[in-house]
Design a protein around this ligand. Sequence first.
Ligand code: ZN
Length: 297
Amino acid sequence: MSKPPVIARVESIRRQRTLARRADVAGFGFWSSKDVVFSFRPAEDDSGVRFFRSDLPKAEPIPALVYYRIAKPRQTSLALGNAQVDMVEHALAALKGAGIDNCDIVVDAPEAPGMDGSGAPFFDAFLEAGIVEQKREKPRLKVVVEGEFIDESSTNGAKIVARPREDGQTVFRYDLRYDVPGAIPNQTATFVWNRNPLDFRREIATCRTFLSYEEATYLREQGICERVGTKDVLVFGKDGPIDNSPRFDNECARHKILDMIGDFSLTSFDLEGEFWATKTGHQQNAKALLRALENIA
Ligand SMILES: [Zn+2]
């Protein structure tokens, strides 16, 4: 049985932020193949990030909080009532990376635009629109006693260790270990983040989602992801990415950190500490966050 970290509320070190004006990102959903516009709008202090399904007029806004997450393989989906929005993790990571806390996202289809499989198209739209500081402070949580989350339901040893940091930084580390010859090579990435959005842009935002050729073939056979090609995301064959070249040697591990930043943003707090993940995915990120939020000292 894993012992969760102890988390404590600490003094805020920054004001909340929102967009200066509307930023629209248009594309199609990787899973659903549906055209979609994600329209990011400025929002009030303390309103957080919320999704508004404009194609479902009576739908309630869905808060971007872990309590509204529903289990869906290989992505982060949120739902409330009859409204649902899928694959929101890269847009959420880009918001967190840009330091945007309050944002109304008006969406006209049930899935985020996949773009190039990274967070960069969202991040760049936010920077172009501009980001403004608001009045209220952003609440902050800090890891004060080391602990870990081990996914008891997984057989591959997936875990996340959380440790205190005395320098006030937030550090993510991801160990990617498939341990299968000819598959995506084992790799590690570390991101030391002092919350400078440009560091996030340079180190993490551009790293794309990835899958093996076998997985891609399987999804195609199921009639899913029909609009996504080998040029759109990283599809790994025996000799590396097909029709594509990696942006970093460890782009996959960096992408996993992008996913962690998106999934760990599903709370109204900034998180300070070191988060070291091995072999985890969206489901474990969400469970670990929930466990941590249950253990606030
Ligand atoms: Zn991802």
